[in-house]
Design a protein around this ligand. Structure first.
Ligand code: SDX
Length: 430
């Protein structure tokens, strides 16, 4: 007999099916709750609500487990590359050598922008935030590649491979162009003979007449950074992509909405906030103790700590913590911020306030130290997160588009406004 859940409302019992996922996670299937009972479920922030069934990424927050299509993040970080993991996340299986080469070729040869896009960059103020520019310009891709952005699901799915290569590749070019425009530097062309990450660093950091040369493993560190950010189940920005995709919106515009959601300091903006926090602590000469006390009293947040799902160490933070040490050693930098981060981590992991609330370092805690060491300006840290997350966002868009039963996301609410009242003409208002 299929398991059922019983909800007792007043003196009536209502039965609902129980769903069970691959890893034995369980849910009460409430899709008939309102029609059966007249009630809705209320779960502000959706911390207890499953919005979809998905086969892309599995997280066990209590155990600190993260897997993409069944493969543990530790194995992918150790043995795979960003593009190979992106292929896995998007298409569901590790690629053959031939398939990977074709996937890489489609992306690496697709970096050039339509020349008509260039004036868009000129239309922004010099101090425009890169995330605002990235979201806007990524959205504009749907006008330059409109044959892949028809908002007709069947047509857009047929062109998904082409559209996703364009997005994966041109997002790098757009990010590099945003940076170079802000720095007053001429645009650098892509070199498809380089790896994804090395070509990006070259487009970003080459000086006129002085091409960028990776002498310290920066592109390998950036590739690992991108890989570790590639997908993360139904986080705020991915849920936003699914919300927008659920109405039938094309891939480019759905990803643009995800970029805007990622920008917030509680989500992808935290990697910038971590560096700003560490620099502020460094500037005051505090060894971190004062800041921890401020965080405990609610006067500050220990940015890069805490997570809605992980109530254990974020496995990505562990890997990034090690990568930060090795990148700094290779580059020969002794960054005081790493020492402060280490001290904060040790102090927090022993302090009851953090232990009781199960607050551990998350993906953002060490990532900024790596980005800073390889020369990425702080203002661009969240842009890096966005570039890494694009495969996950696209895989979720594809999962919705391929599901013939997918419905438009339209949550309900509990209304707390005025009861009915009559309109009063302006000359009669108090
Ligand atoms: C990402 O969802 C994903 O998967 C996201 C992500 C991904 O890959 O997509 O993993 C990437 O966004 C990581 C998170 C990056 N954000 C930060 O590092 C910002 C700092 N963290 C917090 O803002 C917070 O931990 C959140 C937003 C991440 C989670 O918030 P929740 O789950 O809503 O938790 P909460 O705010 O309800 O906090 C519970 C308690 C509160 O204290 P009490 O009310 O119980 O007294 O913990 C406290 C909070 O004040 N708390 C913190 C804290 N985080 C939570 N106290 C100090 N410092 C913190 N960082």
């Amino acid at each position: 007999m299929d398991p059922i859940g019983i909800v007792r409302l007043g003196d009536e019992n209502f039965e609902f099916p129980i769903m069970e996922g691959t890893e034995a996670e369980r849910a009460i299937d409430l899709r008939t709750l309102r029609s059966k009972t007249g009630y809705i479920a209320f779960d502000e922030g959706y911390g207890n609500t499953g919005s979809c069934e998905s086969g892309i990424t599995f997280i066990n927050g209590e155990k600190g487990i993260l897997r993409h299509r069944g493969y543990p993040i530790e194995q992918l970080a150790e043995q795979s590359s960003f593009l190979e993991t992106a292929y896995l996340i998007i298409y569901g299986e590790l690629p053959s050598e031939v398939a990977l080469k074709a996937f890489e070729r489609n992306i690496l040869s697709n970096a050039t922008l339509d020349g008509k896009m260039y004036p868009i960059f000129e239309g922004f103020h010099q101090d425009s935030h890169p995330m605002a520019m990235l979201s806007s310009i990524i959205n504009s891709l749907c006008t330059y590649h409109s044959e892949y952005a028809t908002n007709n699901r069947k047509v857009d799915l047929e062109h998904f491979d082409a559209a996703s290569s364009i997005l994966m590749s041109k997002a790098r070019t757009i990010a590099a162009m945003i940076y170079r425009k802000k720095m007053g530097l001429p645009m650098m062309d892509s070199d498809p003979s380089k790896s994804y990450s090395e070509d990006f660093l070259s487009m970003l950091l080459s000086k006129p007449e002085v091409p960028y040369v990776d002498t310290c493993g920066a592109s390998k560190a950036l590739d690992l950074f991108f890989l570790l950010h590639a997908d993360h189940e139904q986080n705020c920005s991915t849920s936003t992509v699914r919300m927008v995709a659920s109405s039938g919106t094309n891939l480019f515009s759905s990803i643009s909405a995800g970029i805007s959601a990622l920008w917030g300091p509680s989500h992808g903006g935290a990697n910038m906030a971590v560096i700003e926090m560490l620099e502020a602590i460094h500037a005051t000469g505090d060894d971190g103790t004062g800041f921890i006390e401020a965080a405990k009293s609610g006067q500050a947040k220990l940015m890069g700590f805490g997570h809605r799902v992980y109530k254990n160490y974020d496995p990505r933070a562990k890997i990034l913590g090690k990568s930060a040490v090795s990148v700094l050693e290779k580059i020969g930098i002794n960054d005081p911020l790493l020492d402060i981060a280490r001290r904060l981590e040790r102090a927090a992991l022993e302090d009851d306030y953090f232990v009781q609330r199960k607050l551990y370092p998350n993906v953002d805690f060490y990532s900024g130290i790596i980005l800073k060491a390889i020369g990425i300006p702080v203002e661009f840290f969240t842009v890096m997160f966005a570039l890494g997350r694009i495969p996950g966002w696209m895989a979720n868009w594809k999962e919705i588009a391929e599901n013939p039963k997918s419905r438009i996301h339209r949550p309900r609410q509990i209304y707390t406004g005025h009861n009915e009242r009559n309109f009063v003409k302006i000359d009669k208002r108090s």
